[in-house]
Ligand binder design. Structure first.
Ligand SMILES: *Cc1c(COP(=O)(O)O)cnc(C)c1O
Ligand code: SF4
Length: 347
């Protein structure tokens, strides 16, 4: 079965309840649901299904609040050449294309991704590589998009080789949803393309629910890990998808089990039309606190916020240290343990 790409196809697959706002929602962002993700959807409870909620357009997408932004993380402000974002001195994002295997309705680049947004032309890609060559402080290049693993193995291989040829680029990081949502794409050729000779390559895998880790996805991740590629996990905290401690605990355990180290839990960005996915920072911190008491350190992600306006990411996890109100001297701290107990520590 092919990937579903239109409202009509979603309707035929029994995924929609009629609503006049759906046409507007569908216009605001491309649609794609891969057969692997479609097979996971519980048609009996579409409203609460965490997979349907991520990929099926919702009438709620037409509600835009005053706080929401077209460029929520300020990529545009930090883009010296097309397709490249340079926010931190030592690393850049390189976005070779805009297409993705699925379109996540909460996407932080929701207004940029889609089949309409073309890949960088050969000249544009050369200009971006030229910028990296000219900036010896760039230690790490992060390929994102779109989804870089939607490039053909040949084009991906060419890009990785070009980066590998720049001596100051020590690390190439690739962020992708492909191994989870379209695992068959992880072919021997694609894996071979992900092996630079000199630089180190890390692969970040976007996964929001343990159910997404199907047998085929686990097998794809095992092929990547067996090829020696270190894997890290990225999860977006999403209302109605994973905003409860059991779901997050299961997801983080499942990731570690398939050799994916949880890296970031992203607080949802202020993307237009995504209010129905947003949780408060206080809720996110409470969830992180609960995870700390339940999960191995290996399975703990860092909870981060991308500061709107292009100011980068900062950890926003709960605090465990405070002033000790019962102390006789002022140089004492109260430290909270992972189970809620409070203890005094000399400041
Ligand atoms: C997220 C991001 C990075 C990578 O940040 P890390 O904290 O190193 O994962 C780099 N550049 C930009 C512009 C980013 O948005
Ligand atoms: S795969 Fe990533 S970039 Fe593509 S729509 Fe989903 S969140 Fe956005």
């Amino acid at each position: 079965m092919p990937t579903l790409r239109t409202l009509q196809e979603l309707d035929r697959a029994g995924l929609l309840s009629p609503d006049p706002r759906l046409a507007t929602a569908a216009q605001s962002m491309a649609i794609a649901i891969t057969p692997e993700m479609l097979a996971l959807i519980d048609h009996g409870d579409l409203v609460h299904d965490p997979i349907a909620r991520q990929f099926v357009p919702s009438p709620a997408e037409t509600e835009v609040s005053a706080d929401e932004l077209a460029d929520p993380i300020g990529d545009e402000a930090r883009s010296p050449v097309k397709g490249l974002v340079h926010r931190y001195p030592d690393r850049v994002l390189l976005k070779p294309l805009h297409v993705c295997p699925v379109y996540c309705r909460f996407c932080f680049r929701r207004e940029k991704v889609g089949p309409g947004g073309e890949a960088l032309s050969a000249a544009e890609l050369e200009a971006a590589l030229g910028y990296i060559r000219d900036h010896p402080g760039i230690w790490e290049v992060i390929l994102t998009g779109g989804d870089p693993l939607m490039l053909s193995a040949r084009r991906l291989g060419e890009l990785i080789r070009a980066l590998d040829a720049i001596p100051h680029v020590a690390v190439i990081r690739v962020h992708s949803r492909v191994p989870v949502v379209d695992p068959e794409r992880v072919s021997p050729d694609l894996i071979a393309a992900l092996k630079p000779r000199r630089a180190s390559l890390w692969l970040g895998v976007h996964c929001n629910h343990a159910r997404e880790l199907t047998a085929a996805a686990r097998a794809a991740l095992a092929r990547l890990a067996d090829a020696g590629i270190p894997l890290m996990g990225q999860t977006v905290l999403l209302r109605g998808v994973n905003d409860d401690v059991e779901t997050l605990e299961q997801l983080m355990r499942a990731l570690v089990t398939v050799r994916v180290k949880p890296y970031y839990l992203h607080h949802p960005d202020l993307v237009r039309g995504t209010g129905h996915f947003r949780v408060s920072i206080a809720e996110g911190q409470a969830l992180m606190k609960a995870l700390r008491g339940r999960l191995s350190g290996l399975a703990q992600p860092t909870y981060v916020l991308d500061v709107p306006g292009g100011h980068g990411k900062v950890p926003i996890g709960p605090a465990y240290l405070g002033d000790d109100p019962g102390a006789l001297t002022s140089d004492s701290l109260a430290v909270e343990d992972a189970f809620g107990g409070r203890h005094r520590y000399p400041g």
